[in-house]
Write a protein that binds this ligand. Structure first.
Ligand SMILES: Nc1nc2c(ncn2[C@@H]2O[C@H](COP(=O)(O)OP(=O)(O)OP(=O)(O)O)[C@@H](O)[C@H]2O)c(=O)[nH]1
Ligand SMILES: [Mg+2]
Length: 259
């Protein structure tokens, strides 16, 4: 059997990609176990979807723990230019003679391929909601002093707790069919209710009843999700709600703050 860690083991620097909306939940436990103590730089990705003030708290949090943190959104060219400059600066202070070998790692869908594309400056990676297909591994020059493995290390086999799990689902890290949409939607709704005033006005769903299940029923009715026999399809409503969140249509909403 091919050892999945073999290629990654050649890296001496890891660019760990976290979803800025839920950095703790999208941290790979596997990566931290397998590559404990190795040099890493944290990338908070998809910042255009996250609450800016909460992202600032996360940056401060990780820096206070001694980490280097870079925030990036693939649609924000300035963030990419700044990321490359920070990496070049980092490399300059590490080694003037030796090339540092780096690899991008993270759980599914956090934006690893998009980050590689953005940093390397050409379309080397396929991106999408499913695991990317890569045409063969290669080291490419990232900046002076850093070579990057053009295939990211996907680390998705964590056994996480429920709090991290539902946030991972909301960030798109778990394939559809592998989770219970109604359960996830309930968690999402209760977080939105707690922290985001009038978030449901966007869907025109405000009503007198308070429970998360009722809200899903109203959404199912509004969207015409009706099963045979006239029952409301709350499962379909839940999937729709999660999708709307993922696309950022409720606004820039982070799912967790540093403790
Ligand atoms: N808004 C926003 N969306 C992003 C960003 N980066 C990635 N995405 C989207 O997130 C989804 C996943 O991106 P990928 O780059 O394929 O993520 P990945 O980590 O390589 O995913 P896997 O290969 O499946 O593990 C795609 O729909 C991207 O368009 C970002 O910075 N901002
Ligand atoms: Mg990918």
């Amino acid at each position: 059997m091919i050892n999945p860690w073999k290629k990654l083991s050649k890296a001496s620097l890891f660019l760990e990609v976290l979803d800025a909306r839920a950095p703790k939940a999208t941290t790979s436990l596997t990566f931290h176990k397998e590559f404990k103590g190795r040099s890493k730089i944290i990338f908070l990705m998809k910042t255009s979807l996250a609450d800016r003030s909460i992202t600032r708290l996360w940056i401060r949090h990780y820096r206070s723990l001694g980490n280097m943190v870079i925030s990036v959104d693939k649609s924000n060219p300035r963030s990419i230019v700044e990321a490359r400059a920070a990496l070049a600066d980092w490399a300059k202070h590490r080694s003037r003679t030796r090339q540092i070998r780096a690899s991008v790692v993270g759980i599914p869908n956090t934006g690893k391929s998009s980050l590689i594309n953005a940093l390397v400056g050409r379309k080397r990676q396929l991106t999408g909601d499913r695991a990317g297909i890569t045409r063969g591994e290669e080291w490419v020059k990232l900046v002076d002093g850093i070579m990057l493995l053009d295939q990211p290390g996907v680390m998705g086999d964590d056994d996480v707790d429920l709090d991290a799990y539902w946030r991972r689902v909301c960030c798109g890290a778990v394939p559809e069919g592998d989770y219970d949409p109604e359960f996830i939607a309930m968690q999402l709704i209760s977080t939105l209710n707690k922290f985001i005033p009038a978030w449901d006005e966007h869907l025109n769903l405000a009503g007198d009843d308070e429970s998360e299940g009722d809200l899903l029923s109203r959404l199912a009715a509004r969207q015409g999700f009706i099963l045979s026999g006239g029952r409301l399809d709350k499962n379909a409503a839940a999937l729709r709600l999660i999708k709307i969140y993922r696309k950022g249509k409720f606004g820039k909403i982070s799912l967790e703050k540093p403790e």
